[in-house]
Design a protein around this ligand. Structure first.
Ligand code: RB5
Length: 148
């Protein structure tokens, strides 16, 4: 049985091309993927996709991958959901650290910020890095427990 998390992809129009690249790589790596959308280049609103992916992650388990122009808007929207730990990453170190320390369950990327090669490195690093637990679990527990 596979221990790989199911992956839910979401993006606005600005993130469409990079989402497709990441989704293809995920399939090559043997992940089960769901492409929530958007599926074309028509202008659309990033919160709609962040909200759908967040709902999937919270109800089904697994992880989300969100892409918009900067990655900022879509990460802000995703993090409004209690239980979602969405990390906007523009470098490999952060991608590893947010899995190891924050147990991030959503990776956010800015398609207008990072090139395809770096995005793939960030993506694969995120996927491959386990959560360290321990003191980090206590800190994560406080995020939701102390949220207003
Ligand atoms: C769309 O033009 C752009 O605003 C969006 O993709 C994202 O960058 C927002 O944070």
């Amino acid at each position: 049985m596979s221990t790989k998390p199911a992956l839910y992809f979401g993006n606005d129009h600005a993130g469409l091309a990079l989402k497709r690249v990441l989704l293809k790589r995920a399939q090559e790596l043997g992940y089960t993927v769901t492409d929530v959308g958007t599926h074309d280049e028509a202008s659309t609103d990033y919160p709609d996709w962040a909200n759908q992916v967040a709902a999937k992650v919270l109800s089904e388990g697994g992880w989300g991958v969100l892409v918009c122009g900067t990655g900022i808007g879509i990460s802000i929207a995703a993090n409004r959901h209690k239980g979602i730990r969405a990390a906007l990453c523009g470098d490999v170190f952060s991608a590893k650290a947010t899995r190891a320390h924050n147990d991030a369950n959503v990776l956010c990327l800015g398609a207008r910020v990072v090139g395809e090669g770096l995005a793939l490195e960030i993506f694969e690093s995120f996927l491959a890095t386990p959560f360290e637990g321990g003191r980090h679990q206590r800190r994560i527990d406080k995020i939701d427990a102390d949220a207003p």
